[in-house]
Structures are given as C-alpha cells and as structure tokens.
Design a protein around this ligand. Structure first.
Ligand SMILES: *Cc1c(COP(=O)(O)O)cnc(C)c1O
Length: 484
C-alpha cells in the first residue's frame, strides 16, 4: 500500500468533469441521466483499482469518456441474444445447450401471449396442478410410475437428497464424485442438502462388497452418479443398478420394519431413446433401462440429450414422487409456464416414431457426415462466389464434432467443416470480428491459424447465409481500412 502512486490517483478526473465531455453530452439529455454518471463512476473506479494494485494506466479524459459512453449505451442493447453455433459442439452449455423444436416454440408462444391452464383444470373447471402437464407424458415415455419436473437437474439432485437422505447416509462410489462445472460437485450438493456422504471403493474400481460393507441402519440410499464429462478407462470396475437393487432388496427384507434403503441414479443427460444404432457402443443407457434395472428414482436434465428446455426431471416410484411434490423445495424450484409449455411439447415429440429427426439436438447428433457435408459445401460455394481467391484458401475437411453437455463424453462424431486458411488478415482477427462485430455473433472453431466452421451445428440455410455474410464482411471492412 505504501507505494501507491498518489499522484496518479489525484490525476483521476471528477465524475462531473467527464460528464461534460462531448461523448457523453448527448446522453445527458436522455431520461436515464444517472446511467451515464454510473458508467463514468465505474470506469473511474476500475482505473483506481488498477492504480492501487500497482499498474500505471494512462489517464486520458477522452478515453474515459469514450469507455463510459460505450458502457452506458450498451445498457440499451440486448445481452442475451441469438448466436450461430459453428463450433460443432451440439449441447454447448455456454451457448444455451439444446435449441428447441418448432413445436416447442409454438407452445411457448401460445401460452405466453395470454392466460393459460397453468394451474387450472378444464376438466374439473377448478384449480389444477402445474405438475400434471408433463407427468403422464414422462411416464408414458420412460415407463415410470410417476414424475416431477423442477428447475434443473442440479435442483433435482438437491431435492432428492434433501427429502430422502437428510440427516442420514448416502453411499456413493469414489469413481462418481464428480464435478460437472459451474461449481456443481456431488460432495458439495450432499453437504447443502444435509445428507452424510459415505464414499466407497477407489477412483477406478468399486465392487459390490464395498457398498455392502458400508451399509448401516442409518443408510438412506445407494447413489449412482453418471460420470458425464469424463471416462475412466483401463483397469476399472463399477457396480450397476441391477446389482445394487439386489443388495437393497436383501437389506430391506432383513429389516422389513425399518425405512427401506432406496436406489437413486443421477443419470445426467436424459437419454430417452437408445442411440446405439446411431452412435454405437458409446450410447448412454436410457432412463427406461435404469428404471427397469431397479432404480427407485432417476433424475436428469431437460436440455441435454432430451433436447428440451432447461429443467430437471425426476422419475420413479409413485410414493417417492408424491413425497417430493410435498417438499418445500418443489415450490421453490418449480418450473414457470414457458418452460412447462416447451417441455410438454418436446416430450410429445417422443411419441412419434421419428422423434430423432424432429428434436433438433437428436437430429444434429445422429445426422450422417455425408448430409453435414452438403451443408458445408453450400457454405463453401457461397463464400467462394463472393471472395477473391487471393483472400483465403477454402477447403472442406473431415473433422470431429462433440456431443457436449457431459453427454457421450468420448464419442467422436465424424463430421465435415469448412476450413479457412488466411492469405489476407488472420484467423484470430476474423474470429474476433465474427463474434464481436457481427449483428448475430458467429462462433467458429479456431485451430492452428485456421478457422473451422463445423456444419453439424449449423441449423439452417439461413445460418449458412449468415456465416457467409459475416466472412465476406470481415474482408470488406479490412479492405476498407476500418480494421482496428
Ligand atoms: C449435467 C448434469 C447435472 C446438472 O444438471 P443441470 O440440468 O445442468 O442442473 C447433474 N448431474 C449430472 C450427472 C449431469 O450430467
């Protein structure tokens, strides 16, 4: 602290002084004048922090005024908006995971334009429950006795542990103590829900006997967690649901008067259809299979492999789901009408035999590389038509797409991408231009000074057009000399 250059701190301008600058003068007339003052204050504060932490930033009134004007004006621009995903990561968590099917979008529109049957039963002409809209559909698809949907799967895990393992023990394999990202860690969730975690086995191997030895009269559940975003390979062993079911059954028989030991699986991605024919042995086992193997409860996300809106769905035995519906967390974590509408419409698509083609996430995951190639070919032609050959080398290359979202972690999806090698400008600059300057940001893949546009996640010919346009505009503004 002793070395803070006070002369620099003193050189920082007053807020009022910056507000007089011509950059900010027009904003002064706008009704939210205090937004301009707030913006100036935050720009000056940031400079002050940098000085205090030992930097020596240049203090320039014009620059401060400009940064403040940009900041104040940006309030009026949408922050959450559409992007084009040419990264090839299908369930891209940063880009909103699953795009919705047209049927789901229409359902949302229908419900938000006016009033709805959110908690009203037309049959009874009386109060209904929002839990009813999706439950029968989920049961029909998965074979579950009952179901409930909440805000997301993290919330679902939390609620199950809170209801059934609060103050008691949940046994989980050390190979499944995962972090999913965004500070969702199984041990932390356990702690939050007041369940006592009992770890068994080793990172690579957990045997049935490990679970058996750990069971005490205080054990509430055997917990299985899908390892989602990683795969342990080599000398490994884990215990499946069916084996755990046998252990729980013999335990419950021996202590028929106690609270039964339950089996709960956090399945993660929400696989409703068996993708084995499309993606081979890497396909995840389905929710129906987990229930059939003997899980009492299974939870999963609505917006990963399921391909719907953000949600967390819990399926299983009716007596357990009924208890969850009464847990105060069910009220705190409930879904809103837009999500329910989108979820219900997405679920209904699963009733049709061509669900894999009608749900965008499943369609993208299962589309053949040859079909992807056709879209990339169109993109190449559109760019080649408008771009002199001396600007960039365009090539269609075989590549690998990823499922993302912790689903099918090691599955290499063969795909095709348009690869651009830059003879003018650079891949980095173009990448920045496409993200920052295009009206609809375009997310490509930067790889060794080349820019790749993976056709698998490009959703339509409109998006092909948007990308071609963005690329051409990058070169045009560069020729025009306006490239900063
Ligand atoms: C993704 C995932 C979660 C978190 O689900 P959200 O819907 O993102 O809250 C929890 N558990 C597993 C195994 C997952 O893959």
């Amino acid at each position: 602290m002793a070395n803070v250059p006070t002369e620099l701190l003193r050189a920082l301008p007053q807020v009022e002084e910056v507000l007089q600058h011509p950059y900010l003068a027009p904003l002064e007339q706008a009704p939210p004048h205090r937004f301009a003052a707030d913006a100036v204050r935050s720009v000056i504060d940031r400079l002050r922090q940098r000085i205090i932490s030992g930097e020596r930033p240049e203090i320039d009134l014009e620059e401060i005024a400009y940064a403040a004007a940009v900041r104040a004006l940006s309030l009026g621009k949408p922050s959450l908006r559409r992007v084009v995903n040419a990264s090839g990561v299908v369930i891209h968590t940063n880009l909103g995971r699953s795009p919705l099917a047209p049927e789901a979008i229409a359902a949302v529109n229908d419900v938000i334009t006016g009033y709805s049957t959110l908690e009203y039963s037309v049959q009874n002409m009386a109060r209904g429950s929002r839990h009813n809209h999706c439950e029968r559909l989920i049961s029909a698809i998965t074979g579950a006795e009952a179901a409930i949907a909440v805000n997301n799967n993290a919330a679902a895990v939390m609620m199950v542990l809170n209801e059934f393992a609060r103050g008691r023990e949940a046994i989980v394999s050390r190979g499944e103590l995962i972090e999913i990202g965004g500070s969702f860690r199984i041990p932390d969730i356990m702690e939050q829900s007041n369940a006592r975690m009992v770890e068994v086995g080793a990172t690579n191997k957990t045997h049935l006997a490990d679970y058996e030895r750990a069971i005490t009269p205080d054990t509430a559940m055997l917990l299985k967690v899908h390892p989602s975003n990683f795969l342990i390979q080599g000398f490994t062993e884990s215990v499946g649901i069916a084996e755990l079911r046998r252990v729980a059954d013999s335990c419950n028989k021996a202590h028929a008067t106690g609270i039964p030991l339950m089996i709960y699986e956090d399945q993660g991605s929400g696989a409703f259809v068996d993708l084995t024919s499309a993606v081979g042995s890497r396909a995840e086992s389905t929710i129906a299979a987990s229930l059939k193997a003997g899980a009492d409860l299974v939870s999963f996300s609505g917006d990963k492999l399921l391909g719907g809106p953000q949600a967390g769905i819990i399926v299983g035995r009716k007596e357990y789901i009924d208890r969850l519906k009464k847990n105060p967390l069910a009220r705190a974590l409930r879904l809103d009408k837009m999500t329910l509408a989108a979820l219900e419409a997405t679920l209904r698509l699963y009733l049709s035999p061509d669900a894999t083609r009608r749900i965008p996430t499943l369609r993208m995951l299962t589309e053949s590389a040859d079909d992807v190639r056709k879209r990339v070919e169109t993109l190449r032609m559109k760019v080649a038509d408008r771009l002199p050959r001396s600007f960039a080398k365009l090539e269609i290359v075989p590549e690998i797409s990823r499922a993302g979202g912790g689903a099918l972690p090691m599955y290499d999806i063969p795909t095709y991408a348009l690869q651009m090698e830059f003879l003018q400008g650079t891949a980095q600059r173009c990448d920045e231009y496409l993200v920052r300057q295009c009206p609809i940001p375009i997310i490509a893949r930067l790889s060794k000074d080349r820019l790749l546009f993976d056709g698998r996640t490009i959703l339509s010919t409109e998006e092909v057009e948007i990308i071609a346009d963005g690329i051409c505009r990058y070169f045009a503004q560069m020729q025009g000399g306006s490239d900063e």
